[in-house]
Design a binder for this molecule. Structure first.
Ligand code: F7E
Length: 462
């Protein structure tokens, strides 16, 4: 069974590639860095065959250990700071991971696989951002680079390092100059997913507007699932090489917006889109369009999903995902309210659980809704952990903080009281409720607790 090592496994491309390689019968190892990558569990559920291994592109010795342990036939270096806008804010980190990380991985391969007859094949995720302020249109493997961001500069370094290891050590090291490639798995910070997710939320009444930067930029957008196939094909060639991977079409952000809103059933996108210079970049890449003739001829690769198909796929997936998240949120809220009918508020007043959507018992003025979600739902109050807002009711002072949990055992985190009060004259937070500063119904003794300065009586609950 061939063995593959992927860096950047929990990113969009890593996830598609891992599934592709597993389907092709590989043993697949995904390198992850850091202590608690929150995406690991989700990726593991998605591809149970994938084995995670710790390593860091900033740490050569860890890469040597990983390559030694995995003994891969193929290494796919997808790990990077990949968000161009972030690279302007963290240029050194970007140079270190996105640029030097390539050098470190190639060194690890050279050290473990040997400087001669090294059998480990290497794929470097190069990028159309290397072309930046383009010198020719469309861009091919021969188009000179002119990067416009620290990210682009780092990718140029990684690209030429790959070429150099190929030439200097005879490594089977290939570089895929991938133009923008998107999918429902794309991070929300990238413009396509920001748009499709925003549209889904607007459609569901969860968001009013989508705020973007430069709408005139034009990109050659393909489907990430198609592009990982090209990566694999590069490493199956007898000779390593560099390839442009692109659709050969370019579209502006405006065009993307128009198609995406249309796919969600809106006639006009303009009322829903605002602009903010915060989302503009110090130096922009205006237009990219790739010529993938070489990949088509040598790799037999071509994209399967076209631009309208990609936009539709992303919009539909986001609508389904946002609907599911919203429904889940509501059912959890209802379940919580049902499971603790009398205990979920600091003030100790009960919630009504009889109806399908719980509401606070009438007369209770002590709980505020966090925010109005959508028409018709705003009045349903018990959907989030409530906050005691007794400061607004001078007769019933309270700590004003959130109860820890609406369960019978709950203590008020703020006043730390809970359980039965030992002294009849003492307070108040009795078992089965999360109260603070209000009188126990059983003792009949009210003790007033002045609201602390940190009380956020009017702040919405979260
Ligand atoms: O921006 C404009 C923005 O962040 C696309 C990465 O995968 O592809 C990607 O880089 C365009 C730019 O991707 C917003 O100014 C307008 O012109 O989705 P993006 P990118 O910078 O093209 C290449 C090939 C890579 O290698 C990268 O790793 O959209 N834009 N308004 C905006 N972009 C963002 N993110 N957010 C906006 O609100």
């Amino acid at each position: 069974m061939p063995r593959a090592l992927i860096t950047g496994t929990t990113g969009q491309d890593g996830r598609y590639l891992a599934q592709l390689l597993v389907a092709k019968g590989y043993d697949v190892f995904g390198m992850v860095s850091g202590q608690a990558n929150p995406k690991i569990q989700m990726v593991q559920e998605e591809t149970p065959e994938l084995e995670f291994i710790e390593g860091d592109l900033q740490d050569l010795s860890s890469l040597i250990s990983v390559v030694e342990l995995v003994q891969p036939d193929e290494v796919y270096n997808l790990g990077a700071i990949s968000f161009v806008a972030l690279s302007f804010r963290q240029p050194e980190l970007t140079a270190d991971i996105t640029g030097l990380g390539v050098l470190r991985m190639l060194e690890a391969i050279r050290v473990i696989g040997g400087a001669q007859d090294n059998s480990i094949r290497f794929y470097q995720a190069s990028s159309s951002e290397m072309f930046g302020k383009v010198r020719a249109t469309p861009q091919t493997e021969k188009t000179p680079f002119h990067p416009r961001s620290p990210y682009g500069v780092a990718k140029v370094f990684g690209h030429y390092t790959t070429v150099n290891y190929r030439e200097a050590y005879g490594l089977h090291a290939s570089s895929g100059m991938l133009f923008n490639h998107e999918s429902p798995r794309r991070g929300l910070e990238f413009v396509t997913r920001k748009i499709t997710n925003g549209i889904a939320r607007i459609k569901l009444g969860l968001q009013d507007k989508l705020v973007l930067g430069n709408l005139e930029a034009s990109r050659d957008w393909g489907f990430a699932g198609d592009y990982v196939e090209a990566m694999w094909r590069m490493l199956q060639q007898d000779e390593p090489d560099d390839y442009v991977i692109a659709t050969g079409e370019t579209h502006t952000i405006r065009e993307f917006l128009s198609l995406a809103f249309e796919a969600a059933g809106f006639d006009d996108w303009k009322p829903y889109v605002g602009s903010d210079p915060r989302f503009e970049r110090p130096a922009e890449v205006d237009v990219l369009i790739g010529d993938a003739t070489k990949a088509r001829e040598r790799l037999g690769w071509e994209p399967k999903v076209d631009f309208p198909g990609l936009v539709r796929m992303m919009v539909e997936a986001d609508i389904v995902a946002e609907e599911a998240r919203d429904n889940h949120w509501w059912s959890v809220s209802r379940a919580r309210a049902r499971s603790s009918p009398t205990t979920s508020a600091c003030c100790g007043r009960s919630t009504s659980t009889s109806g399908p959507a719980p509401t606070w018992r009438s007369g209770c003025t002590r709980v505020r809704r966090s925010r109005s979600r959508r028409p018709g739902r705003a009045a349903s109050a018990s959907t989030r952990r409530p906050r005691c807002v007794a400061r607004s009711d001078p007769t019933r002072p309270s700590c004003g903080r959130r109860a820890t949990k609406p369960s019978p055992e709950t203590r008020c985190r703020a006043c730390s009281r809970g359980g039965r009060s030992s002294s009849p004259s003492s307070t108040v937070c009795i078992s089965s409720s999360a109260r603070c500063g209000t009188s126990s119904p059983s003792s009949g003794t009210a003790r007033r607790r002045p609201p602390s300065s940190s009380t956020t009586a009017t702040r919405a609950t979260r």
